[in-house]
Each structure stands twice: as structure tokens, then as C-alpha cells.
Design a protein around this ligand. Structure first.
Ligand SMILES: Cc1cc2nc3c(=O)[nH]c(=O)nc-3n(C[C@H](O)[C@H](O)[C@H](O)COP(=O)(O)OP(=O)(O)OC[C@H]3O[C@@H](n4cnc5c(N)ncnc54)[C@H](O)[C@@H]3O)c2cc1C
Ligand SMILES: *[C@@H]1O[C@H](CO)[C@@H](O)[C@H](O)[C@H]1NC(C)=O
Ligand SMILES: *[C@@H]1O[C@H](CO)[C@@H](O)[C@H](O)[C@H]1NC(C)=O
Ligand SMILES: *[C@@H]1O[C@H](CO)[C@@H](O)[C@H](O)[C@H]1NC(C)=O
Length: 495
């Protein structure tokens, strides 16, 4: 079949990586391309929703590194979806690692405002230690067990010497602020704790230049624009795939048969699998027949996949400063530097210590986005929304010292409970190396058989060597696998 010029190509999953792959193949003239999507919508982890008058992002919100080298930036620019400041070349040139942090408001659990200036030593120490994690790119060179172990120990060791002119209470408060930032850092990796992140693996992620921006009209506009350029019958919705039979096990003419939940069987020359790593971890044993090779399975297990959720909260009037971009809550009673709570069901709300501030809309709504991750987020997902709202109300009242502040409404994401995702995005868990991401993207069969190569290909966020966990990473993997097929056929028709 590999000499056929118009092969049957099935893409599993209509998230941005599957859409990107389809786009590339259709533009290259391939006519037998279809996407099978489990749910009734396209976009996957790109999902825009409304909270009252406010556009909120249940999934991806930011273009990380909006500059020319970012394919997502270029697409969003071409579709006219970027905010004006993102088009500014100066904005695109900023090295994010040296960028001044967001304007913070700090509150303590005794209901006091803490001045931003008084918290600067904690912010400085945090960013210095975080930067220093990049010195451990060689995994064999360190006795630190994890990013968390390194960061917690360094902070605790530095406090006395660095802050020797401060009294014990102040030093303790600064360390508590350090814990707050460590908890927020967990959200960036969608991990339960930074103790679960590999210190060498942590540096595999590469950031691009440019100050992160949002798409003011909603991230889903990107999906709509991409979909409008594809044939309208390309996607079959509400069509979960049950099993990919590869290696011609069914004895038919095609090397692969895709078996759907509804019993339909689709013959294909190539299948591009874009299901999330969370889904793969849970269902790989039934999703592939014959099973995946051992090295691939090992990497699916080693690479981490965890939960990061958002809780959007709308207030009648703001209780933060007009120029505030981020709100940090500091628990004064947590003695040691830590990013985990001791009793998840009782104290899960203690993991939520950071709110980012939505730019106020013309309609005057005041919305915060609370960030929570790990087992605490997974527990939160089991609660009714009213109970989450009550916990948020109590939290805000405690930290502002104002017993009357009441949220108007809330909206939370529930990515762990989503049966097609089982979490938010991937991270380099302990023991994870570049080899694991390489194994993730390797097509099947592993050994190139001349007659039926490239039967099953793998795209999706968790298959990018350095932009994993992002939308631009996901797009690049879709293009990569489409190009793999295109160059395969190009080579086979060339003299
Ligand atoms: C809370 C949150 C915040 C984020 N924030 C950002 C951000 O600010 N910036 C950023 O760049 N990235 C962010 N991300 C990550 C980004 O959303 C993802 O990396 C990206 O959208 C993943 O695209 P994908 O195509 O790989 O996977 P997905 O979008 O998950 O697509 C996979 C598709 O496969 C489908 N599927 C699953 N199983 C089956 C099956 N058996 N049969 C058929 N279909 C199936 C799913 O329904 C889904 O539609 C965030 C993610 C989350 C969850
Ligand atoms: C971080 O690294 C720099 C440069 O090596 C070093 O001077 C500094 O002490 C380190 N900071 C911490 C907190 O370990
Ligand atoms: C790594 O090992 C080399 C050689 O042993 C040593 O010089 C260097 O300081 C080590 N780096 C770290 C971060 O431990
Ligand atoms: C407490 O919050 C309410 C509602 O936001 C506000 O009207 C009131 O002025 C606040 N009280 C104090 C003492 O700040």
C-alpha cells in the first residue's frame, strides 16, 4: 500500500494536534483523511466558556512565547486574533526569564495586606533558586531527588544567612510566601508536588521569546478558523475509538483497522493517534492490538500527567488594587516550606493560593482565576459547585479580613474527571529523560518493514521534545506526523 498515492489516513482526536495534522495533509492534496473524535466538539483542551459577560478559558489561555518562531503566534496573527500589544515587536523580543514579574497583591491568613515591597526578598529568592535548577541538566551529576527537594532545601538553608537583619517572624513569613509560589509553580507543570518533578528533566522544556498573551475573543476562535479551512465532513463526532488493530492482525488488505465504540471498523493505511497521555496511560492495553512495544509502554508510564484546574470567581466589586495582576495568599501557620497539604479532604483549599486577575471588561465584571493542581484539584472536582463556592468565599474572607465579600458566581474546570483526558498536561516526572519523549513520538512498527511502514503515528502535546504541555507544541507534533507521511510518499514516488 505504501506506493499508493492517496492512502487512507485516520486521525484519532480532534484537538489542535489532530486538526494541525489534517490541515497539513489536506493542503498537500491527500483526499482520504478523516478525524474520529470521541466528544461532540473539536478543540479538546482548548475550550472557551462564558462566566456572565466574561470570556474564560477552561483549558489553554496563553500563547507562551508569542514571537515569530512560535507557529501558534503566526496562526493567531494571520487570523487576526491577537491583542494589539502582542503585535508590538518589543513585546516579542522580551526574554521571559528576565521579564519583571506580574504586579502582585499579597494577603496573609491573619487577614492583613502585606506590602509588595516586603515580599520582594521571597520573590527574589524563589526566582533565583528556580533559575538555578537549569544547572542540573546532566541527570547523573546530582544527589538532589527532585526539583521540589532542591528548591525547598535551598530556601530553608538560605533564609538565615540572607535575611539575617530580619527577625524570626519575618523570615518565617518570607518562607511561607516561598511555599505559596511553590504551590503555584506546581500548576505550571500540572503536578501534585514539585517533589514529583525530575531535576534534570525539568530543563528539557524550552521557552520562546515574547510576553505571554491571551486571545481576547477566546482561544476557540483559533479552532473555528482552522476548522473552516477543512472539508466539513472530515470529522466524525461522538465516535470514540476502542481499538487500533495494527500489524495487519485482521488479515485484511489494509495494515490497520480502527475499531470504534459503535462497532464500526475502518480500514486505514495510517493512523495518527493524538489522544492525551492521561487517556493513553489508562487505556493503552485495550487501545492497541497487538500491544505497544515495551520501551514505548515504559515511557508512557514514566512521563507524568497531572491535573491543573482553574476556578473562575466573579465579584461585584474588586477587593484588589486597580493595577494588580496576580494575588498571592500566604498561610502563616505552615511551618516548613511545602507545596502539599496534609489532609486533602479537609484542607484542599490551602493549595489554592494564587489568583490571576482578568482585565476588567467594559461591562464592568470583576473576575479572578484561581489556580489549583494535584490531588487537591482532583478532590475539588468531586465536590458540587456550591461547596466549592463556599470554600472560596471563606478563603477570601479570611485573607481580606472582610466578612461580607461574597462571590457572585463561579465556574471550575474538571480535567481529571474528563474521561477523554484524565488530567491536564504532561510533565517530566522522576526518572524522565529526553529518551522518553523520543519513544513517545516513535511510529509503529518500530522496525521499518518495507511493505507496511508508518502504520501508527503519534502526535499530541506529550510527544514534543521541548514544547510539551503547550498548544504550540501540540500543533508542531501534528505537522511533524503529517510531514512524516508526506515525505514518505514523496520519497516513494520519486525516481
Ligand atoms: C487547564 C489547562 C490549561 C492550559 N493552559 C495552557 C496555556 O495557557 N497555554 C498553552 O500553550 N497550553 C495550555 N494548556 C495545554 C494545551 O491545552 C494542550 O497542550 C493542547 O491543547 C493539547 O492538544 P492535543 O491535540 O495534544 O490534545 P487534546 O486537545 O486533548 O486533543 C485530544 C482529543 O482526543 C480525543 N480523544 C480522546 N480519546 C479518544 C478516543 N478513544 N477516540 C477518539 N477521540 C479521543 C479527545 O476528546 C480530544 O478532543 C492547558 C491545558 C489545560 C488542561
Ligand atoms: C544560584 O547560582 C548562582 C550562580 O552559580 C550562585 O551564586 C547562587 O548562590 C545560587 N543561588 C542559590 C540560592 O543557590
Ligand atoms: C558536574 O560534574 C562535574 C564533573 O564532575 C563538576 O565539575 C560539576 O561541578 C558538576 N555540576 C554540578 C551541578 O553538580
Ligand atoms: C467589605 O467588602 C464589601 C463588599 O465588597 C465592601 O462593600 C466593604 O466596603 C468592605 N469593607 C471593608 C471594611 O473594607
Amino acid at each position: 500500500m505504501s506506493t499508493s498515492k492517496d492512502p487512507e489516513i485516520v486521525i484519532i482526536g480532534c484537538g489542535v494536534s489532530g486538526i494541525a495534522a489534517a490541515h497539513r495533509l489536506v493542503k498537500a492534496g491527500y483526499r482520504h483523511v478523516r478525524i474520529l473524535e470521541a466528544t461532540g466538539r473539536s478543540g479538546g483542551r482548548i475550550k472557551t466558556a462564558a462566566l456572565g459577560n466574561t470570556i474564560t478559558e477552561i483549558g489553554a489561555a496563553y500563547i507562551h512565547g508569542p514571537s515569530e518562531k512560535n507557529p501558534l503566534f503566526c496562526l493567531a496573527r494571520d487570523y487576526g486574533l491577537l491583542p494589539p500589544e502582542a503585535l508590538n515587536p518589543e513585546n516579542q523580543a522580551v526574554d521571559v526569564d528576565e521579564d519583571p514579574p506580574l504586579v502582585p497583591n499579597w494577603f496573609s491568613s491573619s487577614g492583613q495586606r502585606l506590602s509588595a515591597e516586603s515580599m520582594e526578598p521571597a520573590e527574589e529568592l524563589f526566582s533565583e533558586i528556580l533559575d538555578n535548577t537549569s544547572k542540573f541538566q546532566n541527570p547523573k551529576n546530582t544527589s538532589w531527588k527532585s526539583v521540589g527537594h532542591f528548591m525547598r532545601t535551598k530556601a530553608q538553608n538560605q533564609a538565615a544567612g540572607r535575611w539575617k537583619d530580619k527577625d524570626e517572624t519575618t523570615r518565617q513569613l518570607l518562607l511561607s510566601a516561598f511555599s505559596t509560589m511553590l504551590k503555584f509553580e506546581c500548576c505550571g507543570s500540572a503536578t501534585h508536588s514539585m517533589d514529583d518533578i525530575d531535576l534534570a528533566g525539568f530543563s528539557m522544556f524550552k521557552s520562546l521569546r515574547g510576553v505571554d498573551c491571551t486571545l481576547p475573543r477566546g482561544f476557540e476562535r483559533l479552532i473555528e478558523n482552522l476548522m473552516s479551512e477543512l472539508p466539513s465532513d472530515l470529522v466524525t463526532y461522538n465516535c470514540p475509538v476502542r481499538c487500533v488493530h495494527w500489524s495487519n492482525t485482521e488479515g485484511g488488505l489494509s495494515p490497520v483497522t480502527v475499531e470504534c465504540e459503535n462497532g464500526e471498523r475502518i480500514a486505514a493505511d495510517h493512523v495518527i493517534v493524538t489522544v492525551p497521555l492521561g487517556y493513553l496511560k489508562k487505556h493503552h492495553s485495550t487501545l492497541f492490538h497487538p500491544p505497544l512495544p515495551a520501551h514505548k509502554l515504559k515511557s508512557i508510564e514514566t512521563l507524568g500527567f497531572g491535573t491543573c484546574d482553574k476556578i473562575f470567581v466573579e465579584f461585584e466589586s474588586p477587593w484588589w488594587d486597580a493595577d494588580c495582576e496576580i494575588i498571592y495568599l500566604v498561610w502563616e501557620d505552615e511551618e516548613t516550606v511545602s507545596d502539599q497539604v496534609s489532609d486533602v479532604s479537609k484542607s484542599w483549599i490551602r493549595k489554592l493560593v494564587t489568583f490571576t486577575v482578568h482585565k476588567p471588561s467594559e461591562k464592568g465584571s470583576h473576575v479572578l482565576c484561581g489556580w489549583i493542581c494535584g490531588h487537591e484539584a482532583e478532590y475539588m472536582e468531586t465536590l458540587p459547585e456550591e461547596e466549592v463556592r463556599e470554600s472560596i468565599t471563606k478563603l477570601v474572607r479570611t485573607f481580606t479580613g472582610n466578612g461580607t465579600i461574597t462571590p457572585k458566581r463561579i465556574l471550575c474546570s474538571r480535567w481529571f474527571t474528563d474521561p477523554w483526558t484524565y488530567g491536564s498536561y504532561c510533565h517530566p516526572a522522576i526518572g524522565c529523560t529526553a529518551k522518553d519523549l523520543k519513544n513517545m513520538m516513535e511510529p509503529l512498527p518500530s522496525q521499518e518493514t518495507l511493505s507496511q511502514p508508518l502504520q501508527v503515528l503519534f502526535a499530541g502535546e506529550a510527544t514534543h521534545p521541548c514544547f510539551y504541555s503547550t498548544v504550540h507544541g501540540a500543533i508542531l507534533t501534528g505537522w511533524r506526523e503529517a510531514d512524516r507521511l508526506i515525505s514518505h510518499y514523496w520519497a516513494s514516488v520519486s525516481p
